[in-house]
Ligand binder design. Structure first.
Ligand code: C2E
Ligand code: MG
Ligand code: MG
Length: 249
């Protein structure tokens, strides 16, 4: 019925702070219940094993939004989408995504797939197969919420991710907790040594952004650069150059 849609949150390059992408985050605007956040419907959709329907719907809406801008000759930034572990059980996620991408003829470098760390915490071979297949089919893979749960660091070794997203909890208490900075710096160094790009989530202050840039973190995401917003708002900010776009060389 069109009640579920992606909102888009900006991601910027740490150096220069230009817009380099956006993350699609699901919002449900219900005629009776009003505005619903993912925390209010995703656990329920996972428990009832319906989450793949939401994720397919969000993915299709994202592809429609990209196609619309491409058709109008407007600048487009890559979009990252979130997949749940259950998507890989409840549907053929790889073919599902590919079908929509070819329907809307979207270049694959405009789409990134985020998989949350906790989805990979125990060894599931079907999942690891699907994840490598996504990569083979040309989607960049982003490891979401790194450092937030009970994951094993081996996830970094066993899967071929392109980008490591540091969980926003790393920044909680950043100003007062002396251990936060060395911990964040060590994670970024480790990722760089493994050839993984880094993004830090939940950036809310200039001091945090400056520290992350100086520590070698490549991308930043957080309320400092914008909250998740409707596609119309994002388009207006790109078109008015309030958001300056820089696409990765
Ligand atoms: P996530 O993928 O880690 O997304 C980041 C969450 O952090 C978003 O919450 C975003 O609004 C919030 N956030 C971003 N910057 C800041 C900041 O500076 N400060 C603070 N305090 N929060 C910030 P949101 O939109 O409520 O999404 C929550 C989670 O729900 C997402 O976490 C993701 O795991 C899941 N989710 C959202 N959309 C989808 C979807 O379409 N499919 C699936 N499977 N999961 C989704
Ligand atoms: Mg995410
Ligand atoms: Mg995250």
């Amino acid at each position: 019925k069109g009640w579920v849609m992606p909102f888009y949150q900006p991601v910027v390059f740490a150096s220069g702070r230009e817009l380099c992408g956006v993350e699609a985050l699901a919002r449900w605007i219900d005629p009776k219940r009003g505005f619903l956040s993912p925390g209010q419907f995703i656990p329920c959709l996972e428990n009832t094993r319906l989450i793949h329907k939401l994720d397919t719907c969000i993915f299709e809406r994202v592809c429609q939004d990209i196609r619309d801008r491409l058709n109008r000759g407007l600048p487009v930034v890559p979009v990252s989408i979130n997949l749940s572990r259950l998507d890989f059980e409840l549907m053929d996620a790889v073919s599902g995504l590919d079908g929509i991408v070819s329907q809307y003829q979207i270049p694959k470098d405009l789409l990134h797939v985020e998989i949350t760390e906790s989805a990979l915490s125990d060894d599931v071979s079907f999942l690891s197969k699907a994840v490598s297949e996504l990569k083979e089919r040309g989607y960049a893979l982003w490891l979401d919420d790194f450092g937030s749960g009970y994951s094993s660091l081996n996830v970094l070794k066993d899967y071929d991710f392109d980008v490591l997203k540091l969980d926003m909890k790393f920044l909680v208490g950043f100003e007062k907790n002396e251990k936060a900075k060395p911990l964040i710096k060590a994670c970024i160094d480790m990722a760089n040594q493994m050839g993984l790009k880094t993004l830090c989530e939940g950036v809310e202050t200039e001091a945090q952004a400056d520290f992350l840039e100086a520590s070698g973190c490549l991308r930043l995401q957080g309320f400092l650069y914008g909250k998740p917003m409707r596609k119309e708002e994002l388009s207006a900010k790109i078109d008015s150059q309030e958001f300056k776009v820089r696409i990765e060389e």
